[in-house]
Ligand binder design. Structure first.
Ligand code: ATP
Ligand code: MG
Length: 361
């Protein structure tokens, strides 16, 4: 079934899912040297709320992004959904089965790529890895062989299938990890950072595979990522997660519309009319701010008109026509659209630290 945005048929649904981690603070290598107060402090327990009452619904056939910075709770959510971790509170329903009470049926319903390559056998070939994992699914022997060949083909690995994984690149191992998740043809896929650390070519190939799995095979995909571009490019809808809380869920366009005041049009020109601000304001009432920065035109420095707010695409032709009527020579035009990062900053009030939410390759 292909994703239908009006559908209320959910393949993944979380209900008040909560998970905290308690850990004794490590004394450190030189802990034995500490005395008195210091010693007490070094033994206190920290509590990290990794998931704070998460309620999410991923519709059947949907490619759904879980976007958040490092430590936001993405992997914890994927691990709870896949029954690797038991939540403290709440539950989730996968393909109609409860992750607490029906673990076997939940596991049979999903394929998972988590930390990818580390869960494969490096001393075995790609084919043997897949044959081994397929045998765990108790598929008939003939079907196993067919399925493994099919998946090696899909992942473009047939010509290298009989090399050991230790001789593979990171990207190739990641493809094997995805192939393994698909062996039993599960309706639901949980992908945790599937392109992490891959070069642009491999990332693109893997993104294309994910898109095909969703569009052509109708799989329901939950894609956890901190690459905004990846979420933007692939996902039907995106949930933004920060410090264990879901702060927004919508399509990429709708999320960006929340910060439309950051849309900026800049017109670089010579000879703008005297009253250009009022003149353009009358024509584009939705624009919030119009400013003119006059350049020293006689010396060759153009003037700049900045328009902030409203819908950039809609107003651009009005602005060009209006300025031409007044004999303004436009030399260039810049439009900057809001990004998911703008949305993130608006929703969380947090400026992202360098590298925590990269643009992706
Ligand atoms: N086993 C654990 N023991 C203690 N704390 C943990 C454990 N697993 C996760 N945490 C904490 O829970 C929070 C969420 O971690 P999680 O791995 O889910 O984040 P993430 O969104 O996947 O981050 P990243 O983008 O870095 O993979 C973090 O503060 C992390 O330190
Ligand atoms: Mg993670």
């Amino acid at each position: 079934m292909v994703y239908d945005e009006r559908s209320d048929d959910y393949s993944i649904k979380t209900i008040n899912l909560a998970k905290s981690f308690r850990k004794k603070r490590h004394k450190g290598v030189f802990g034995f040297l500490k005395r008195g107060n210091e010693k007490e402090k070094s033994e206190t327990t920290d509590v990290t709320v990794a998931l704070d009452n998460v309620n999410l619904g991923v519709r059947t056939g949907e490619l759904f992004g879980l976007l958040g910075p490092n430590g936001a709770g993405k992997t914890t959510l994927v691990k709870c959904l896949s029954t690797i971790l038991i939540p403290d509170d709440g539950t989730a329903i996968i393909n109609g089965f409860d992750i607490r009470r029906q673990t076997t049926l939940v596991r049979a319903s999903l394929g998972m790529v988590i930390g990818g390559e580390r869960t494969l056998y490096w001393k075995l070939t790609a084919r043997d890895n897949l044959m081994y994992f397929a045998s765990l699914y108790k598929m008939p022997r003939k079907r196993i062989k067919e399925r493994v060949d099919e998946l090696l083909g899909t992942m473009n690995l047939l010509d290298r299938a009989d090399e050991r994984l230790e001789d593979y690149s990171t990207g190739m191992r990641q493809k094997v990890a995805i192939a393994r998740a698909l062996l039993h043809d599960p309706p639901v896929l949980l992908l945790d950072e599937p392109t992490l650390g891959l070069d642009p070519t491999f990332s693109r190939q893997i993104r294309n595979q994910i898109r095909e799995l969703s569009r052509k095979e109708g799989k329901t995909v939950l894609l956890a990522t901190h690459y905004m571009k990846e979420a933007d490019e692939l996902c039907d809808r995106i949930a933004i997660i920060n410090e264990g809380k879901i702060v927004a869920v919508d399509t990429s366009d709708q999320l960006k519309a929340m910060v439309k005041e950051t849309e900026l049009v800049e017109v670089i020109c010579y000879n703008p009319p005297q009253n250009v601000e009022e003149y353009l304001k009358a024509l584009c009432p939705d624009v919030e701010i119009i400013t003119l920065i006059r350049g020293e035109e006689a010396k060759g420095t153009p003037s700049r008109i900045k328009l902030i707010g409203g819908n950039a695409e809609k107003r651009i032709s009005t602005v060009i026509d209006a300025l031409r009527k007044k004999n303004t020579q436009i030399t260039s035009l810049n439009i900057s659209m809001p990004t998911l990062e703008d949305v993130f900053i608006k929703l969380t009030g947090a400026k992202l630290t360098e590298g925590s939410m990269g643009a992706g390759q």
